[in-house]
Design a protein around this ligand. Structure first.
Ligand code: ZN
Length: 148
């Protein structure tokens, strides 16, 4: 049995996984998923990119409960479908990345503005091994409210 990413090249493995995006060499805008060819910034004519590792932590920008199975290319982890929470997390790089919420967490654990950390978990298993995907894990702040 092997452990491989469900989507090749979008994130790293190991104890401190990160998402892999691309940064325009001209205007420094960061994109995830990574882009190539031309810069998506309409004010920029850049055509070269460097791979960059994104921050592991960001702020929850929005979240939702997925009560119905999303359309393809979503791959159901269980049959019948099990509802899960989705979080959109804003990273310091200035982009918002959507992801499932880590196993064991639900919308009750999330709040807009709260901190979330990237984790990599098993999405599903098949005959060739485990497939992994990134998820957002809410970070519990000890010591109450922090305003920054
Ligand atoms: Zn650019």
């Amino acid at each position: 049995m092997s452990v491989t990413p469900a989507i090749e090249g979008w994130f790293t493995a190991g104890p401190d996984p990160v998402l892999v995006g691309s940064q325009c060499s001209t205007c420094a805008t960061v994109f995830f998923p990574s882009v190539e060819g031309f810069c998506r910034n309409p004010a920029c004519a850049g055509e070269s990119f460097e791979m960059v590792e994104l921050s592991r932590r960001g702020r929850i920008w929005s979240y939702t409960d997925a009560q119905y199975q999303p359309p393809p290319p979503y791959i159901p982890a269980a049959d019948p479908y099990e509802p899960f929470a989705l979080a959109a997390v804003e990273l310091p790089e200035g982009l918002v990345v959507l992801g499932q919420v880590a196993a064991g967490y639900g919308v009750a654990d999330l709040e807009v503005g709260g901190e979330a950390e990237l984790v990599v978990e098993t999405l599903y298993s098949d005959e060739s091994g485990e497939r992994t995907i990134w998820r957002w894990k809410p970070v519990t702040e000890l010591g109450g409210e922090t305003d920054q």
